[in-house]
Design a protein around this ligand. Structure first.
Ligand SMILES: Cc1cc2nc3c(=O)[nH]c(=O)nc-3n(C[C@H](O)[C@H](O)[C@H](O)COP(=O)(O)OP(=O)(O)OC[C@H]3O[C@@H](n4cnc5c(N)ncnc54)[C@H](O)[C@@H]3O)c2cc1C
Length: 330
C-alpha cells in the first residue's frame, strides 16, 4: 500500500478548515484501497483536544502522527518544521506528501522540497489515481485556459493543494473505521532566531475571508458592464443580508474590493446558493465557487463555461434582471 501523508495544522479554526479541505480533496484517491491516508499534525498539543478526530475518521484517515516539541510553538519557525519533516520522512518513508493551501504550509513545502531535492507540484485543484496506480495531480495552467495532469517521479511526491472551500461532511454517519494515533516527541533543538520569513511578507490574500459565513452569495461579473451596476448589486445583497462577491476583472476595474474577489486569487466559498450576474466561468473563478450547493447563472451566452456547474441558467441581460430583482423583491 502506498502511504499518502497530509500535512495538517489544527492550531486554529482557519488552519483546521484548510487542512480538512485538503483531506476532502483526497477522497477520490481514497476510493482506491491501495492507498492509506495519514495525517501529520506538527505542534498539536494534545491529540484529543486539538484534532477533530471524528471528521478525520469520516475522511478515511487511518493514522495521525501527533508530533510535539517546544520548537513548534511559533508557526514562523520554518526551519524546525522542515527539519522535523525530514526526520519523519526518513523514518516512515511516505510515498506522497500533500500540503493544504495556507501560507505556512506553502513555505514549508517549498523549503522541504528543496532540502529533499524533490519535485513539488503547486496549487493542485484535484487528485485521482490512474491505471498505473499513480496519483495524478491536476492543476490549472496556461493562464487558467486548461488543466495539466501531472505525475511526479520523485521518491517523495510532493504537492500543495489549491485552496478550496471546505465541504461540510456529516459526522453523524456511523463511523466504523479505527484511527491509530501515534504521539511522537521529536528530539529537536532549533533556536527560534532561525526564522526565514516573518508575518509581514506580502501575500495579498484575505486571512479571514469575509464571504465564508454567507449561505447566499451574489457575484458580479463583467457582464454587469459598469461600476454603477455593480454597486446596485452590492446594495441588493446588503438589503437582503447576503454576501457580495466579484470576478477578478471587476475587482481590477476598481468596481469591487480585493476582499470581494472569488476564485483562486481570492476567496473560496461554498454557499447554498451562488447567483452569478454576467460571469463567464474561467477555471480560476470556478476554483473558488464550484462547491456551492446550487449555482444559478444570469448570462446572455448560453455556452458560458460556468454553465457546466449550474443548477439553473437564466438566459437574460444581467442588468435587466438586476433591476427587476431590485424592484420586485422587497
Ligand atoms: C493567474 C490568474 C489568476 C486569476 N484568478 C482569478 C480569480 O481568482 N477569480 C476570477 O474571477 N478570475 C481570475 N482570473 C481571471 C480569469 O481568467 C477571467 O478573466 C475572469 O474570471 C473573467 O471574469 P468575468 O467572467 O467577470 O468576465 P468575462 O470573462 O469577460 O465574462 C463576462 C460574461 O458576461 C456575459 N455577459 C456580457 N454581457 C452580458 C449581459 N448584458 N448580461 C448577462 N451576461 C452578459 C458574457 O457572455 C460573459 O460570459 C485569473 C487570471 C489569471 C491569469
Amino acid at each position: 500500500m502506498s502511504k499518502v501523508w497530509a500535512y495538517c495544522n489544527f492550531s486554529d479554526v482557519n488552519e483546521r478548515d484548510k487542512s480538512l479541505s485538503l483531506l476532502y480533496k483526497l477522497q477520490d484517491v481514497m476510493k482506491d484501497n491501495r492507498f492509506t491516508l495519514e495525517v501529520i499534525a506538527l505542534g498539536a498539543k494534545r491529540c484529543d483536544e486539538d484534532i477533530p478526530i471524528q471528521h478525520l475518521q469520516c475522511l478515511n484517515v487511518s493514522k495521525i502522527y501527533c508530533v510535539t516539541n517546544n520548537v513548534f510553538n511559533g508557526i514562523n519557525n520554518y526551519v524546525a518544521y522542515v527539519e522535523a519533516m525530514k526526520i519523519l520522512i526518513n523514518k516512515y518513508n511516505p510515498q506522497y506528501l500533500m500540503f493544504s493551501s495556507s501560507r505556512h504550509n506553502r513555505i514549508v513545502a517549498a523549503q522541504l522540497a528543496t532540502a529533499l531535492e524533490s519535485g513539488l507540484t503547486a496549487e493542485c485543484s484535484k487528485y485521482y489515481v490512474n491505471t498505473d496506480n499513480e496519483i495524478v495531480q491536476i492543476r490549472p495552467t496556461f493562464e487558467g485556459n486548461t488543466y495539466a495532469h501531472i505525475i511526479s517521479k520523485s521518491a517523495v511526491k510532493m504537492s500543495t493543494a489549491l485552496k478550496s472551500s471546505y465541504q461540510r461532511i456529516s459526522i453523524s454517519e456511523s463511523i466504523t473505521k479505527t484511527l491509530d494515533i501515534e504521539t511522537i516527541e521529536l528530539p529537536l533543538e532549533i533556536p527560534h532566531k532561525n526564522i526565514y520569513f516573518n508575518n509581514s511578507t506580502a501575500f495579498n490574500i484575505p486571512v479571514t475571508p469575509k464571504l465564508e459565513k454567507y449561505d447566499v452569495i451574489f457575484a458580479a461579473g463583467m457582464g454587469l458592464g459598469s461600476k454603477e451596476n455593480v454597486n446596485k448589486l452590492k446594495r441588493l445583497a446588503k438589503r437582503h443580508n447576503v454576501g457580495f462577491g466579484a470576478s477578478r476583472p471587476v475587482v481590477e476595474m476598481g468596481w469591487a474590493e480585493q476582499s470581494d474577489l472569488i476564485g483562486m486569487s481570492g476567496s473560496c466559498v461554498s454557499p447554498n446558493l451562488y447567483l452569478a450576474f454576467g460571469i463567464s466561468g474561467s477555471l480560476q473563478h470556478m476554483e473558488g465557487m464550484r462547491n456551492a450547493a446550487k449555482i444559478i447563472s444570469i448570462n446572455t451566452d448560453k455556452n458560458a463555461p460556468l454553465h457546466q456547474l449550474c443548477y439553473s441558467i437564466i438566459l437574460a441581460d444581467a442588468v435587466e434582471m438586476l433591476d427587476y430583482l431590485i424592484n420586485e423583491w422587497r
